[in-house]
Every structure is written in C-alpha cells, then in structure tokens.
Design a protein around this ligand. Structure first.
Ligand code: ATP
Ligand code: MG
Length: 618
C-alpha cells in the first residue's frame, strides 16, 4: 500500500485502523471500545481491554523464544558483558517483582528508578510494569535537588537505586546523592532498594530504610502479571528540561503497548529474533520506548550499552553492530556529530552488513551531518521527530509500509495516527507549503501519547492545548515542502527578531554548519540597540589548526541565508553546553550573552562548556 493512503485511513477510520494494530498485542481481556473521546482533549484507547506491558515484553515470548537472547548488556565503563535469554529475563524480573512486593509495593504505587545503565535497571522497570506499579525513571547522575523535585512530584513508595554509575571510566557515586535527595524531599519513600555493583568501597545502608538488593533477592519467584485496564498509568517521565521546568508526562498501558508494537513493524522494521541497538539512556523516553519496551515487545534482542561513543575509540558502536549483528540502530544527531570529528575508518573497518538502517532523533539533524553519516554507512539514515510527550515518532519515514525516498535534513512525513498541521503562530490558520508554521496535532492524540500531566489534568490542557485553541502544540517550528516533506526549524522560543525579520536560530545554525570545518554550532539571539536582536554564533571546529576565521563563517551564512542573518560575531569553542540528553542549552547561552543568570543548570552535561562561553563573550 502507498503510505499516503495508509496515513489517510489511520485518520478517517481511526477506530478500525487501531483495532487492527491492536492485534499485535496480547490482551488478557479484549477491549470493548477502541477510543473514548467523550472528554476532549483526554483520549482513552482500548477501553475495557486488559493487558500488561511486562507480559507482552517478556512472558509472551517464552513459548517461542525462551532461549533467544532478550537483553545484551555491554559496558565499556567496567569492561563487562552479560546476556540474558527471555527465560532468564523472565526469572530476573520475577525475582525483582517479588522483592518489590515484599517491600510493600502495591498496584498503582509509584517507584522511582534512579539507576545507571545496567541490566538490574531493566529488571526493575519491567518488574514495576509486572505488578502494576508506576515507574518514574530519573536519569542517573542528576543532582540531588532535581531528584528531590521529581520525588516530591511522584510521591513514591519505593526508590530503586545502585551504588553508582561510571562515565568515561570515572565512577559516579549515587548513594550520597540519594541520601541528600531524600533529606531534601517532602515526600521521601519509606524504602530504598539498593543494588551494590561494587563501585563504592565506603557504601553504607541506612537502617530500617535501605535494603540490600543482593541480600533481599529470592532465588526463585513467581509473581503473576497484574492485568491492567488499558488506561491505567504505566509510567511517569519528566521531560528533559531544555526549555524550563520538567513536566511529568504520564502514559497508559494499552495504548502505549499497541503504539510501540506497531512502530516496530511499520517504522523500525524490527523482526523477531533480530537485534536492536539504541544508544540512548534508560532515563530518557527513547530509552523507555526503544531500549526496553518496543524491541522486547517485538521479540528482538535489545542491547543496553553503558559507555560513550568514543571509548575505547570511535569505532566501539560499529564493533557492537558487527559483533551482535545489529539490524536496527537508533541514535542521536549529537552523537553522530561527535563521531564526525573522528576518522571515518573507525566505521569502515567493521562489517556492518547486518544493519538495515539507522534512525536518528532528539535534535534537528543538519543536512551535512545527515549526508556524512549516510555516505559513511551506505544505508538509509532515517531522521525522525518526536517528543517525550508523544512516546513514539510523530514525523518519520515509514519504510515498513512504503520505502519513500529520504531527503537530507528532513524527518519525512506525519506518522500514521497523527493529524499534523503547520499553523500560523498568530492567526492559527494552516500555512502554505514552504511557509513556516508551528507543528501541531489535531486531537485525539493517537495511542502511546501522553494521557495527561501526572496529577495535574488542568496543566495538561493549559500547557499543550492553549496556544491554538484545543489543538496540541509541539512548540516546534516546521516547514513543509511541495513534496510534503517536513523540516523542523527549531523550538518556538528559539526565534529571533532582526530588524523586523523573524529568523529561526536553527536556520542560521544550519547555514553555519555548511562551512566544511564546522563540526557543530549554536546560534542565539542577543539584544541589539539598533536591530532589536542579532544572532550570535558559537562554533566547534573539526580541525582548529586550519585557522578558520569568523569572516569565513559569516560569508557562508550570507551565501546561504543572506546578510540579514549574518551573526554579529562568531565565537569558537571546543564544546557546547548541553543537557544530559545531548540537547544544546541555547536558553543558557543566550542568558549569558545578555548578561543574565544562565538559569536552572541541573541538567547540564559539562559545566566547563558554559565557562568557555563566558570567556568567549569577554
Ligand atoms: P522540555 O520539554 O522540558 O523543554 P525537551 O523538549 O528537550 O525538554 P524531549 O521531549 O526529550 O525534551 O525533546 C523533544 C524535542 O526534541 C522536540 O520537541 C524537538 O524540539 C526536539 N527534537 C526531537 N527530535 C527531533 C528531530 N528529529 N528534529 C528536530 N528536532 C527534534
Ligand atoms: Mg519539550
């Protein structure tokens, strides 16, 4: 079938379409109604149906693939590798579920998971799903205050953590941080379950509160899956906070399970028995959906990688692809930009014949990077766009339905189930092809998307459905070309006004990146007494010894966009300030450039990056 027809049918006959996709999931009790949209914008999918995410990810595969690897853990941090078959994963999850039960965790209780990238984190998450506890994974290594804020929002009955993680070979101890967060929190959990991986020689347990995972874990256990009505909350996940305070995105059970199963078939083309390697972290939505749930629901082998892309060298990911015959890979543009600074031979020396395609999401994928990685791999590299809120892709090519040609720098088309429109920011009217508009979704949101903000229905409506009356705003700019391909131009709060011209900083970044020696860059608007605002660029060079000048970069921008977009100055730095999820903190750069406080920096990856910006500005 042609994709356009497929997409059209998903909107014209929503219920028929999703009833079909729902067959990809095992239901304990069939649903009575596909969609209940009686209280817009709240959508309930598969009403009355009962299922369980852990059942679909683990138990259902025991019949056919008990001895197939389900989870492969590779750590280049502690130099270890372990794998678990579906049978072994089932056992481990049951054991953790039994521990959680014995610690008093009941259906509906929240559990904070604050863990590094280790198999135990996956067991804990699946065990929550199994017993109907609502997990809230907090990215390991977040500061105590961020953790405390999330604890207070979720009010958990249990926290599951470990002694520490490791990054670039350096141990990051968690325990002191956890203790501090529990001191700061108003609603600390009564119990803390702690997995000791032996990284902290002075690890201590608080009596009566802290429980040693290794001691408490039973040898065998059998804890049946709780059958949950489709709309029961499965988890809470806070957005990464690039634009401000994180929001607690709540998701359901049934809709999410169906959306993920469907996406594996239609978008990612992952077959049972194949291997998927997603390089994200379990603390982000990509990790939830495409390290843990979706590949397991699809009966694949999933790789959990603890490490960075350039250690021991820039070939490590491609070695993993070769060693484990990875068929589907998912990563982020920021990582590819890091690899682009290294020699392409790190990639070429490995046998990558198993790889069908690479998916990239999380940030705009600039055209030069898209072209570079496509040529280096000789495989389709699929840019796709989504958000923590949607849980699965919103714009993407859908090669499982039709292999449409890819355009560099474009995440292709609206995914089936999503009624996407580009709306004029002031009039709210659809814009013409080639004109900039805000990416919006006319509700109901499809299965898998957030169902509300945790504990705050009103905030859900107020945040997402207010800019355009009753229509969901993504807060991202987009443009559609005459062939129907979308391009994301950046966030709506990243627009600057130069002498009355509205320019997306993202467009200017793309222009700066066209210079052959630019590895990556950030452009922000700063106040200018004459023009209102002026763009200011910060660039990381591929090869600093080449002596690239500010003038050359400005000329590149002139050529691409015109002199109106020419940055006031171009500063060279060796790294950009980013969130832990690899997104550029433009908000903080802009604040510094305008002499303001850089704001909430709890999610920053490397604070020295801000120091560089400060210095450059002097
Ligand atoms: P917060 O909402 O707290 O500010 P965040 O938006 O960074 O944080 P995420 O949900 O992790 O949190 O990120 C989603 C955003 O990432 C999208 O709204 C978009 O701005 C950007 N993004 C994701 N994928 C792409 C892509 N393929 N192209 C362009 N931008 C993308
Ligand atoms: Mg966001």
């Amino acid at each position: 079938m042609k994709y356009q027809e497929f997409h059209r049918r998903s909107l014209q006959d929503r219920e028929g379409f999703w009833a079909g996709e729902a067959k990809l999931v095992e239901w304990h009790k069939p649903f009575k109604q596909v969609l209940d949209y009686s209280k817009p914008p709240f959508a309930k999918w598969f009403v009355g149906g009962e299922t369980n995410l852990c059942h679909n990810a683990v138990d259902r595969h025991l019949a056919k693939r008990a001895d197939q690897k389900a989870l492969v853990w590779i750590s280049t941090e502690v130099n270890e590798e372990k794998s678990f078959t579906y049978k072994e994963l089932h056992l481990e999850v049951n054991r953790v579920a039994a521990m959680m039960r014995s610690l008093g965790v009941k259906r509906g209780d929240r559990v904070i998971v604050y863990m590094p990238m280790i198999p135990e984190a996956v067991f804990a998450i699946l065990a929550c799903a199994r017993i109907g506890a609502v997990h809230s994974v907090v990215f390991g290594g977040f500061a105590a205050a961020s953790l405390a804020a999330r604890i207070d929002d979720a009010k958990p009955s249990l926290m599951i953590t470990a002694d520490g993680g490791s990054r670039m070979g350096k141990v990051v101890l968690y325990k002191a941080l956890v203790d501090e967060s529990l001191r700061l929190a108003q609603h600390p959990p009564k119990k803390v379950l702690l997995f000791n991986r032996g990284l902290d020689p002075s690890l201590s347990f608080v009596k009566g509160r802290d429980v040693d995972w290794n001691e408490a874990k039973p040898k065998r256990a059998s804890v049946p899956c709780e059958w949950l009505e489709s709309s029961t909350p499965s988890y809470i996940l806070y957005t990464s906070g690039t634009t401000g305070h994180p929001k607690g995105v709540q998701r359901d059970v049934g809709g999410y399970c169906v959306a993920l199963a469907s996406s594996m078939k239609r978008i990612f083309c992952g077959e049972p028995g194949e291997t998927m390697f997603t390089t994200s972290d379990i603390g982000w939505v990509v990790g939830h959906s495409y390290i843990i749930y979706a590949p397991l629901i699809a009966g694949m082998t999933t790789i959990l990688y603890e490490g960075v892309p350039i250690r021991p060298d820039a070939g490590i990911w491609w070695k993993i692809v070769e060693d484990h015959k990875v068929a589907v890979m998912f990563s982020a543009p920021t990582a590819i930009r890091v690899l682009k600074k290294h020699d392409v031979s790190f990639l070429r020396k490995h046998d990558l014949s198993s790889l069908k395609h690479l998916y990239l999401a999380g940030e705009p994928l600039d055209e030069p990077t898209h072209t570079w990685i496509t040529q280096a791999l000789g495989r389709p590299v699929i840019d796709h766009y989504w958000q923590t809120e949607t849980g699965w892709p919103l714009l993407s090519a859908v090669p499982g339905v039709e292999r449409t040609p890819l355009k560099m720098g474009s995440p292709s088309f609206p995914v089936y189930g999503y009624d996407v429109h580009l709306l004029h920011e002031r009039t709210g009217k659809p814009v013409a092809d080639g004109e900039k508009g805000v990416v919006t979704i006319t509700p109901p949101l499809p299965p898998g998307c957030m169902t509300t903000v945790w504990g705050d229905d009103e905030r859900f409506v107020r945040t997402y459905f207010k800019d355009f009356k009753n229509i969901y705003s993504t807060f991202d700019w987009g443009i559609r070309d005459k062939d129907g391909y979308y391009f994301i131009l950046g966030r709506t709060d990243d627009v600057i006004n130069v002498a009355g011209h509205r320019l997306g900083t993202r467009e200017i970044e793309e222009a700066v990146s066209m210079h052959s020696n630019v590895a990556e860059c950030a452009v922000v608007g700063v106040v200018d007494s004459l023009k209102g605002q002026m763009p200011l660029a910060f660039a990381v060079l591929k090869d600093a010894s080449k002596g690239t000048s500010q003038q050359e970069i400005m000329e590149t921008v002139d050529k691409q966009l015109g002199a109106i977009a020419r940055p006031k100055a171009v500063h060279f730095v060796t790294l950009l300030p980013k969130t832990r999820s690899g997104k550029t903190l433009r908000r903080s750069i802009q604040a510094l450039a305008e002499g303001r406080d850089p704001g909430d920096l709890t999610t920053i990856e490397d604070p020295t990056a801000l120091e560089q910006i400060r210095k450059a500005l002097q």
